[in-house]
Design a binder for this molecule. Structure first.
Ligand code: SF4
Ligand code: SF4
Length: 203
């Protein structure tokens, strides 16, 4: 039989009477240090569903799916893929849509489905070419942010009136609303068919 060396016995004894270096989680809650980057937490009221965070997320933990029929954008955040880099918080256009919390140990789970969160936002669809423009909440946020400058865009005007209609000058059958205040600034904004429908509406 091989006996343990004296050095190993000494180390075992020291270890026995030394407090643990590791955290006591889950028996005790984890106490994060200052500026700890943990699970991103979404504030749905301040998240407008703009897709910016998905574009900057290095591991692709955030995905967007648009259902044109239902006019719904689904945002999926998979915290099983998240590397807690903070890019989503840093680049969030509202500055309040997502913030990293100090919680990370709480993500420990045997069910990967528990790490997935979903949001839904109403889509704004171009009635002319059926392209997805963005979410209604996004346009409303931009309109609020732009203030009076928003009146330079027919899209924002229409959002104000909750009517999105796009028209060509040669196609008079497409209705143009008379209650718009700045008909002289008739810039069609649909990102998909912009080249086809750009018109200067002359009253
Ligand atoms: S960037 Fe901000 S507002 Fe845009 S989808 Fe992400 S969390 Fe929401
Ligand atoms: S913290 Fe980084 S990896 Fe995690 S969701 Fe945000 S951008 Fe993606």
């Amino acid at each position: 039989m091989k006996y343990p060396k004296v050095r190993e016995i000494k180390e075992a004894l020291i270890s026995l009477f030394t407090p643990a270096y590791t955290t006591g989680f889950p028996a005790k809650p984890h106490m994060p240090f200052e500026n700890y980057r943990g699970k991103p937490v979404v504030d749905d009221n301040n998240c407008v569903g703009c897709e910016t965070c998905a574009n900057v997320c290095p591991p692709g933990a955030i995905t967007f799916t648009d259902d044109k029929k239902k006019k719904i954008r689904t945002i999926v955040r998979n915290y099983g893929l998240c590397i807690f880099c903070g890019q989503c918080e840093e680049h969030c256009i509202t500055g309040k849509g997502v913030k990293l919390s100090d919680k990370i140990y709480d993500l420990a789970t045997f069910e990967t489905g528990n790490l997935i969160e979903k949001q839904e936002k109403e889509l704004l669809i171009c009635e002319y070419c059926n392209a997805v423009i963005t979410t209604k909440q996004h346009i409303q946020y931009l309109h609020k942010k732009l203030g009076p400058v928003a009146y330079a865009s027919i899209l924002n005007l229409n959002m104000l009136n909750e009517k999105l209609k796009l028209a060509r000058d040669e196609d008079v059958s497409v209705p143009v609303y008379d209650d718009l205040k700045r008909k002289d600034m008739f810039n069609i904004i649909c990102p998909n068919c912009l080249h086809q429908v750009l018109v200067k509406f002359i009253d």
